[in-house]
Write a new protein. Structure first.
Length: 343
C-alpha cells in the first residue's frame, strides 16, 4: 500500500480525495491545509484523522510514500522543495510553475533527491481523448497533417475558482495549458507557436480568449483555441473537441462525446462518453474520471518504478508552450521558434 498525504484541501482537491479512495494500492493517511476550516471539513468528509496546518510538521511526523500537492501555483516551489527534501514522491497540480526557472528548479530538486515528480496534467487522461488518439494510432485516418484542439464555453468557472478572475494571466495558463498538452499528446512536440489573445469579459483581469497555431516537429499544423466568452446554444463545458485531418481520412471528436471517423471504408460514429463515477457530478464527470485515471497511473508508476507520462520533465515542454504563447501574444502574434534559446 502506498501511503500519501494531501497538501491543499480546496475546491479541486475534493476530486483528488474521491479518486484516491478508488485507486487500489493507495491510501491517504494525512491531510494538510493552512486554512483550518477547509482542513477540518475535508478530514470529516473523508474520515482522515491525522491533520496538519503546516506542511513541514506533516513531513516530520508522517511516514509517506507520496505527497499530493493540490495548492495553487504560487506555493508549488516551496512545497516541492520541502517534500523532495524528505525523500517523498510528488504529484503536483498544474500549472506546475509560474516561470520556467521555477519549473526547472523543481525537476532538478526531484532528480537530486531521487523521487518521482509527476504533474497532475489530467486532460490527456480523459477517456474520450485517449480513444481518439488510439484511433489515430491504428492508422484509421492515415498520417495526420492538420489538427484542431478546441475548448469553447461560457461556463462560470469563476464561482468555483475565484482567483481565475483576478490573476495576471488566465486562459492560457489555466485552461490552455491542458489544451496545449493535448496537442502535444496527439501530434508530438512543437517547433513553433504563435498566439493571439482577447479579454471579452471586462469583469475579469486577464485574457479569456486565446487562439494559437503550432507547427509540430513532424510538420503537423495544429490550432489550439480556448474561450470562456463563447455563448453556444448547447453549452458543453468541459468538453475538449478535436478535428484531425489525415492523409486517408478525418477524425472528429464532437460535442456529447461523439467520435466520428471518415475514411474510404465509410463514416462511423461512436459514443465515447466517459463513465459517470459514483462520486462524480455532471458536467464535471469527464474531468473527474481523468483525475482517477491520472492518479491510478501515478501509483502504477511508483509500483513499477517507471517515469509517469506527465512527469515534471515532460511538463517543461507544455509550460514552454504556455510561456511562448504569452510572448507571441504580447508581440503582435510573432511566431516563436521554440528551438531558439534567445527567442
Ligand atoms: P483552492 O484555492 O480552492 O485550494 C487551494 C488550497 O490550498 C486552499 O485551501 C489553501 O488554503 C491551501 N494552501 C495553499 N498554500 C498552502 C500551503 N503552503 N500549505 C497548505 N495548504 C495550502 O484552489 P483550487 O481551485 O482547488 O486549485 C488548486 C490547483 O488545482 C490550482 O493550481 C488549479 O489550477 C488546479 N486545478 C486543476 C484542475 C484540473 O482539472 N486539473 C481543476 C481545477 C483546479
Ligand atoms: O484546470 C483547471 O484549473 C480548471 C478548469 C478545468 C475548469 O479549467 O480551471
Amino acid at each position: 500500500m502506498k501511503k500519501g498525504a494531501l497538501i491543499g484541501c480546496g475546491f479541486f482537491a475534493q476530486n483528488h480525495m474521491h479518486a484516491w479512495a478508488d485507486v487500489e494500492g493507495a491510501e491517504i493517511t494525512a491531510l494538510c491545509d493552512r486554512d483550518e476550516d477547509r482542513l477540518k471539513a475535508t478530514a470529516q468528509r473523508f474520515g482522515i484523522e491525522r491533520t496538519y496546518t503546516d506542511a513541514a510538521e506533516l513531513l516530520k511526523a508522517e511516514t509517506l510514500d507520496f505527497a499530493d500537492i493540490a495548492t495553487t501555483v504560487q506555493t508549488h516551489l516551496p512545497l516541492v522543495q520541502l517534500v523532495a527534501a524528505s525523500g517523498v514522491n510528488i504529484i503536483c497540480q498544474k500549472p506546475f510553475a509560474d516561470t520556467m526557472d521555477d519549473a526547472k528548479t523543481m525537476t532538478g530538486l526531484a532528480s537530486a533527491a531521487g523521487v518521482t515528480l509527476m504533474v497532475h496534467e489530467n486532460f490527456r487522461w480523459q477517456s474520450a481523448i485517449r480513444k481518439a488518439k488510439a484511433e489515430i494510432e491504428t492508422g484509421a485516418i492515415g498520417t495526420p497533417f492538420w489538427g484542431r484542439v478546441s475548448f469553447r464555453s461560457a461556463y462560470d468557472v469563476y464561482s468555483g475558482q475565484p482567483y481565475l478572475a483576478t490573476d495576471d494571466r488566465f486562459i492560457i495558463q489555466d485552461l490552455g495549458i491542458h489544451i496545449l498538452d493535448i496537442a502535444r499528446f496527439l501530434f508530438g512536440d512543437a517547433k513553433s507557436i504563435s498566439a493571439s489573445t482577447r479579454r471579452v469579459n471586462q469583469a475579469i483581469r486577464a485574457e479569456d480568449v486565446a487562439t494559437m497555431m503550432l507547427v509540430h516537429e513532424n510538420d503537423v499544423t495544429s490550432i489550439v483555441d480556448c474561450s470562456y466568452a463563447t455563448r453556444l446554444p448547447h453549452e458543453h463545458f468541459p468538453e475538449t473537441l478535436l478535428e484531425v485531418d489525415g492523409s486517408t481520412g478525418t477524425l472528429r471528436l464532437m460535442s456529447d462525446y461523439q467520435l466520428e471517423i471518415h475514411n474510404a471504408q465509410g463514416t462511423s460514429r461512436k459514443d465515447v462518453s466517459p463513465p459517470l463515477l459514483p462520486w462524480a457530478e455532471r458536467p464535471w464527470h469527464n474531468i473527474q474520471e481523468s483525475v482517477f485515471n491520472i492518479q491510478h497511473h501515478f501509483i502504477d508508476c511508483l509500483k513499477s518504478d517507471r517515469a509517469p507520462e506527465t512527469s515534471g520533465t515532460d511538463n517543461l515542454k507544455t509550460l514552454d508552450l504556455v510561456e511562448a504563447a504569452y510572448l507571441s501574444a504580447s508581440e503582435g502574434n510573432r511566431t516563436i521558434d521554440l528551438r531558439d534559446p534567445n527567442r
